[in-house]
Design a protein around this ligand. Structure first.
Ligand code: SF4
Length: 365
């Protein structure tokens, strides 16, 4: 039996952050109907595959309550075969779940928590429009997760925040490290068109400062025992996110929930993008068949973000093309200037190359 991963989208948040363009809303009046519809889809979208990871993302899954999440997880267990040691993650934001809720989730089978901490600076939280929690709420969430028995905790950190400095980033790194997470994701703030923060047009740290911030994160986390396995993701050995690795490695997955995407045998399916259509249960998924060129470009883009890089044998098997031959000019250019390593089996970016990864990737695709 082949395997897959399951993503469940929960599109509700306590409040909408100023920079957020994800599919999420603070209006949870539809949450009960949403859970019912999700469970219906879990029952009807079954595939005869072993599920190696389940990921509740959002939005803020914990905002709809631990009992609702456990009900959904039970439906997953009743309708799919979960592998032994299946990684079951829930995203959580500070101030949306207490110790009792976390204990309930742990008992139901959740074994990984991904918490949106972002910064240890209250002014930076405000600048981001993250008004629903404080820094100490973040610490309390992690403490409660540990008390509930979670042994695999990931924390999100942001950089490039308005008025953020190297010093304040250092303090955020110290704070995050003091919580001893197994995994850390560090993303640069992007001003997405249409968001409140975009409209405010705040002064952001310039590109060089943002690059220095990334270098500081890379160095600090490296020295603290976290290895960078993807451009924005760092883990203690053995704690890489199995679910996200599947996306980055181009594996199949099933996504359920408003606007959730699935990838099944080179076909992408997109569930209804708005709540009313999703709840009606009558709007068919949008379907996109990925052609060879699109798949190849996506493969290169995702794999160059991974520390392991492009595997040449796998590339030939998937696309029937010799990576060394087709991309000889780019390989020579970037390996020759120390931005990448080109060995017999793999082509991957060096630390130096990671800083200019967008340029390198664009050159390949
Ligand atoms: S918590 Fe995350 S999903 Fe929710 S509004 Fe903020 S950034 Fe968006």
């Amino acid at each position: 039996m082949s395997d897959t991963a399951l993503y469940i989208h929960i599109p509700y948040c306590k409040s909408k952050c100023g920079y957020c363009d994800f599919c999420s809303s603070p209006d949870a009046s539809t949450a009960d109907a949403y859970v019912t519809e999700l469970i219906r889809r879990i029952k009807t979208n079954r595939e005869d595959k072993t599920v190696k990871s389940v990921y509740f993302g959002g939005g803020t899954p914990t905002y709809i309550g631990a009992d609702a999440l456990c009900e959904i997880l039970q439906a997953v267990k009743d309708n799919y075969t979960l592998s032994d040691g299946c990684e079951i993650t829930a995203e959580a934001n500070p101030g949306t779940v207490d110790l009792h809720g976390l204990e309930t989730m742990k008992k139901a089978g959740f074994n990984r928590l991904s918490a949106g901490i972002q910064t240890a600076n209250e002014n930076e939280l405000k600048a981001l429009g993250r008004v629903s929690h404080t820094v100490s709420d973040g610490a309390a969430l992690v403490k409660n997760a540990r008390a509930a028995g979670f042994e695999n905790v990931s924390l999100d950190l942001m950089y490039g925040i308005p008025r953020q400095t190297a010093d304040s980033l250092r303090q955020s790194l110290d704070f995050v490290l003091s919580l001893c997470p197994e995994h850390i994701s560090a993303y640069a703030l992007k001003l997405e068109e249409g968001t409140p923060l975009y409209k405010q047009n705040p002064a952001l740290p310039d590109d060089d400062t943002v690059a220095d911030m990334y270098a500081l994160i890379n160095e600090t986390l490296g020295k603290s025992g976290y290895h960078r396995y993807e451009i924005s993701n760092f883990a203690k050995p053995g704690y890489e996110s199995r679910h996200n690795l599947r996306y980055w490695q181009g594996g199949d997955y099933i996504g359920l929930g408003v606007s959730a995407a699935s990838l099944i045998e080179n076909v992408r399916y997109l569930q209804a993008p708005d709540m009313k259509a999703f709840l009606s249960g009558k709007v068919p998924d949008a379907v996109e068949v990925l052609d060879g060129a699109g798949r190849e470009a996506e493969y290169i883009m995702l794999h160059l973000r991974l520390a392991a890089g492009v595997g040449k044998k796998e590339f030939r098997q998937k696309f029937g093309v010799d990576f060394d031959e087709k991309y000889a000019a780019q390989i020579k250019k970037y390996a020759g200037h120390g931005f990448a390593v080109d060995d017999d089996d793999r082509f991957y970016l060096t630390d130096r190359g990671v800083f200019v990864s967008n340029t390198v990737i664009a050159d390949f695709i």
